[in-house]
Design a protein around this ligand. Structure first.
Ligand code: GDP
Ligand code: IMO
Ligand code: MG
Length: 428
């Protein structure tokens, strides 16, 4: 019986999870998305072609890995069909290699409208991706959301009618200026979702059984985390978070895996940090250095195109991610990018009211007061783009990696040296 390896973002998303999954999928049979929806944007560069994966698991790009959209996902059929179209255009056999959980929640247009209307009303904006993620999870936990399997049930029309009417009333309350009667014409919406249901039917199945059978047959199974630890609804900087649990607990409930089914838990970080959207960010650099990281790392959102806020690596937050997720290994991406700086700062403690601490907290007052305490390391690694062997890295770059390893106490198994699929050092 095999175990599932998991990839989890350690900070605020966009750590390069897609790229690591793509690498691991080289010999994997299954890759599963467990949480979130098309708020995720996972970039993979394959032979010069850039894929932005929002819903289809990145592992499918191997060409022989079955991608499973798990029960914990909120799924926008329109976005998924467009992604399937693009993949087919590139020759991927999506019909064979994609499976969708019958329990995945369906995103409806009103979820997106509610997301936007709520954000407009908020005095302290969250900066959501506007994809309807929060409202879709609200429907799920209120127990009125539609699962994929509900699209095929005899009472689908009745359920949809109730949802559209009640949410339309809510939308009119939040945003009386907008013409929601035209935007949410029931018959048109019903017809559209009937069509989506028909096209997606061959993909829909009981993925919980499928995943467990795969483990029983000793297959290699991966789970592709979306979002990240500090965006977690419980363990992130609430309310500036997403509406799911991207941490290890969500990986289990979003797939049907049990705790004892989990093998390696890889935490993914960049050699610096970034955040898109609002909320606290202790090591943020709102200056020319932050701008330089953004430009060198091409830090613009995969999903929304927004410029990402950038800063130095935060090892205090990483220690927290290790604790919350039980990380067994790490991947550090963008070593090539950070190596372009002459000196590199790494946050090794927070100063809170004159007291030093290495323990992270999501308490807002704590985060507002926390000032980063930096250790300065040597940069200027030269051109290391595409390097694939640790021994080929200059000593200064090796030292940087070992410094993180020593602080955090877990091995750095993968090191990214470029955006291309092959630009990765794997340490056994
Ligand atoms: P994800 O959401 O965690 O999958 O990450 P994103 O794809 O949103 O953002 C990561 C960005 O960094 C993408 O543009 C990747 O192509 C790029 N990337 C990942 N690893 C590396 C690396 O080691 N070096 C460089 N230069 N770019 C990388
Ligand atoms: P990947 O998987 C970066 C952020 C949004 C916003 C907050 C809430 O590519 O790492 P939401 O639309 O989820 O309600 O927005 O979460 N956010 C992400 N930031 N990467 C992501 O995904 C994100 N998914 C959501 O910017 O701050
Ligand atoms: Mg991303």
């Amino acid at each position: 019986m095999s175990k599932a390896d998991v990839v989890i973002g350690c900070f605020y998303g966009d750590e390069g999870k897609g790229k690591v999954i793509d690498y691991l999928a080289g010999d994997a049979d299954f890759a599963i998305r467990a949480t979130g929806g098309d708020n995720a944007g996972h970039t993979i560069k394959v032979r010069g072609v850039k894929f932005a994966m929002h819903l289809v698991p990145s592992g499918l790009l191997s060409g022989h890995t079955t991608g499973i959209i798990g029960n914990g996902v909120v799924l926008n059929p329109e976005v998924l069909l467009e992604e399937i179209r693009i993949l087919k255009e590139h020759g991927y056999d999506v019909d064979t290699y994609l499976k969708i959980s019958d329990k995945a929640q369906v995103i409806l247009p009103y979820h997106r409208y509610l997301d936007l209307a709520l954000e407009k009303k908020r005095s302290a904006k969250i900066g959501t991706t506007g994809k309807g993620i929060g409202p879709a999870y609200c429907d799920k936990y209120e127990r009125s959301g539609l699962r994929m399997e509900d699209l095929y049930a005899p009472d689908f029309k009745e359920k949809l009618e109730y949802l559209v009417a009640s949410r339309k009333a809510l939308l009119k309350f939040y945003d009386p200026e907008e013409d929601y009667d035209s935007l949410l014409d029931f018959e048109a919406l019903f017809a559209k979702y009937r069509e989506y249901a028909d096209v997606l039917k061959p993909f829909v199945c009981d993925t919980v059984t499928m995943i467990h059978k795969a483990l029983e047959e000793d297959k290699k199974v991966l789970v592709e985390g979306a979002q990240a630890t500090l965006l977690d609804i419980d363990f992130g900087s609430y309310p500036f978070v997403t509406s799911s649990n991207p941490t290890i607990g969500g990986i289990l409930t979003g797939t049907g895996l049990s705790a004892s089914d989990i093998g390696n838990v890889y935490g993914i970080i960049k050699a610096y940090s970034s955040r898109v959207g609002e909320g606290p960010y202790v090591t943020e650099l709102s200056d020319a250095t932050g701008d330089r990281i953004r430009e060198l790392g091409h830090e613009y959102g995969t999903t929304t195109g927004r410029p990402r806020r950038c800063g130095w690596l935060d090892l205090v937050a990483l220690k927290y991610a290790k604790r919350v997720n039980g990380l067994t290994g790490l991947c550090v991406n963008h070593l090539d990018t950070i190596g372009k700086f002459d000196t590199i700062q790494v946050c090794t403690a927070y100063d809170v009211d004159g007291e030093k601490t290495e323990d992270f907290s999501t308490n807002m007052e704590f985060l507002a007061k926390a000032k980063p305490v930096y250790t300065t390391l040597e940069g200027d690694f030269g051109d290391i783009s595409g390097v694939t062997r640790f021994e080929e890295l200059p000593k200064k770059a090796q030292k940087y990696i070992r410094f993180i390893e020593d602080y955090i106490g877990i091995p750095i198994t993968f090191i990214g040296t470029g955006a291309e699929r092959e630009a990765m050092i794997v340490r056994k």
